[in-house]
Design a protein around this ligand. Sequence first.
Ligand SMILES: C[S@@+](CC[C@H](N)C(=O)[O-])C[C@H]1O[C@@H](n2cnc3c(N)ncnc32)[C@H](O)[C@@H]1O
Length: 210
Amino acid sequence: MNSKKIIVAGIGPGAKNFITPAALEKISAAKFLVGGRRALAEFSTPNQETCAITKDLNAVINFVQEKILIDEVVVMASGDPGYYSILDLLRKNFEPAIIEVIPSISAMQLAFAKLALPWHNATLLSFHGRKPSAEDLKFAPEKILGMLTDNEFNSATISKILLENGWSENSKIAICARLSYPEEKIICTNLIDAANLEPVKNCILIVGKW
Ligand SMILES: C[S@@+](CC[C@H](N)C(=O)[O-])C[C@H]1O[C@@H](n2cnc3c(N)ncnc32)[C@H](O)[C@@H]1O
């Protein structure tokens, strides 16, 4: 029986100094390494056989299926692998018993940290390729929302959606972009201004009372 593991290593929100030593150790030692193009450019070495995660997810599964017969395969996931990552796809195609996850810092965690705001009472939602239910989005006085975004669902479109779901024009919003990178930018404003500002894409939004 094959006892090789698929190691899903979280690489944190982006900058190299946010990766854990445990993940870095596995990534450096990997013979077979999978990850987004940016992560591969950052972490792979010439002696590693790599597979880039693109829209062709079957190619990634085929690569893992083939290489796992030879040695461990390390799959890099941005942020924390347990939070909207390729881990879902791997669990659909491989036995969870052969998957080992190395957790890391999620962009969501870092956004709350940047505001010095505890996140234990926050409602965490994803607009990344999906739209949360009206029930999840609707206003409540003490509610704090933390949201993943994408290109279509960005700071402007999501602000408009929240205004349609009972949030007031002066509700606070933090637009947290490129977290951990030198060009990191955090804009604190209100929903009506965010709805009319230039859209910020692929960021974290935090809305509510804080
Ligand atoms: C598919 S989700 C991956 C989430 C990831 N697993 C995590 O735990 O951070 C991608 C979304 O995460 C957010 N994100 C990832 N890295 C980010 C960063 N450095 N700054 C701000 N948002 C980021 C954006 O909303 C982006 O569209």
